[in-house]
Structure formats: C-alpha cells, structure tokens
Ligand binder design. Structure first.
Ligand SMILES: C[S@@+](CC[C@H](N)C(=O)[O-])C[C@H]1O[C@@H](n2cnc3c(N)ncnc32)[C@H](O)[C@@H]1O
Length: 183
C-alpha cells in the first residue's frame, strides 16, 4: 500500500489547475510546500508555520530544488489565513502534529486547527479539495482528530464529499480526513 502522504497527494492532485492557488497550512521542513510548488506552475502556493526555523528550512529546500518562485512563505498561524489569502483555493493541506526531531511541544492544537479548517473550507472552490493528515499516536493529535471528525461529519452531503482513510487495525497510525466541495 502507498504511504499516507502519497495518498494525501493523490487526493489533492486532481484539484490542482495551472495558474491556481493552493495552501500548505503546516509548512514544517517544506516537503509538502515543494510538492505544491512543483505541481502548480504559474500558480500561487501559500505556506504557513509559526516557527521561524520552518521558514528557513523550507526556503532552503525550495532553493536547492530550483523551486519556490510561486511560493509565499508566511510566519503566522494558519488560523489567521484570511489575513493573507484573499481569493479562493483549489487545494489545501494540513499535515498536523509536530516536526520530527524538533520541539514536540510546538504541535498543532485543536482550537486553532478547527478555526483554520473552517476558514479553509469557506475558501475552497467548487471541485476544490482539503486534505488533513492526523497523527493520532499522541494525545493532542488524538483529540484533534476526534474534533475534526465531529466537525467534518456535519458538512452538508449535498455540497461536500468527506472521506476518512485509515488503517483500522492500527489505531495509532496517521490517517487522512479529506473534504471535496462537490461540483
Ligand atoms: C508535521 S509538521 C509539518 C510537516 C511539513 N508539512 C513537511 O513537509 O515537513 C507540523 C508543522 O505544523 C506547525 N504548526 C503548529 N501549529 C501551527 C499553526 N497554528 N499554524 C501553522 N503551523 C503550525 C509546526 O510548527 C510544524 O512545523
């Protein structure tokens, strides 16, 4: 089976259009930002993180790969996304939790994640996709995932398709929640 991050990208790919707009709401070391940058030629990629080290790492990764002209790096919480993004989004990704090998106390938190997800959903174009990778192996991540599932399962099925993709025999494995605004 493909990795959870590969599945996340396969869900996002059909929503990406030349010249479109996407957001990486948890930049971290920049791997997802780089992927968006390479798959959105002529478009705009917004990338958010609250850690200056994440912006430095991402800037370096983009430069090393000759990418990033279409990327806007933002040092702020994704819950403030509306201060920066003023149009609609084709796609967005939250890769929740904390950076591996870094300070584990700097993790996404359900209060701010829920605000950001609500704002991101309200910005999605028809046919747009929001993918959230949840890390339920730590307590904050487990609670965050439960809160997100409760919220997303209340979306109107006439307007949204909502998916849960998880290994049901390994409850601590990361899993995907995705919402597509129906055409
Ligand atoms: C699992 S890492 C992301 C991995 C990243 N996408 C990559 O490709 O390396 C989660 C990131 O979310 C960031 N984060 C935590 N709270 C945040 C917030 N409120 N707004 C934006 N980013 C946040 C952390 O600083 C951390 O870098």
């Amino acid at each position: 089976m493909e990795s959870i991050l590969q599945t996340a990208k396969n869900l996002l790919l059909p929503a990406l259009r030349k010249g479109g707009t996407a957001a990486d709401f948890t930049m971290g070391n920049g791997h997802d930002t780089l992927w968006f940058s390479q798959n959105l030629p002529g478009g705009t990629v917004w990338a958010f993180d609250i850690q200056p080290a994440a912006l430095e790492a991402t800037r370096r990764l983009l430069t090393e790969n000759g990418a990033g002209e279409n990327v806007r790096l933002i040092l702020d919480s994704h819950s403030n996304l509306d201060r920066y993004i003023d149009g609609e989004l084709d796609a967005g990704m939250f890769n929740l939790g904390y950076l591996p090998w870094a300070d584990k106390s700097v993790t996404t938190k359900q209060e701010t994640t829920l605000v950001a997800v609500e704002k991101a959903l309200s910005r999605l174009k028809v046919g747009g996709v929001l993918v959230i990778v949840v890390y339920s192996g730590h307590e904050e991540g487990r609670l965050e995932g439960e809160a997100l599932q409760a919220r997303l399962s209340r979306l109107d099925h006439k307007k949204w398709d909502v998916l849960l993709h998880r290994l049901i025999h390994v409850p601590t494995c990361p899993y995907i929640l995705a919402a597509e605004r129906r055409k």
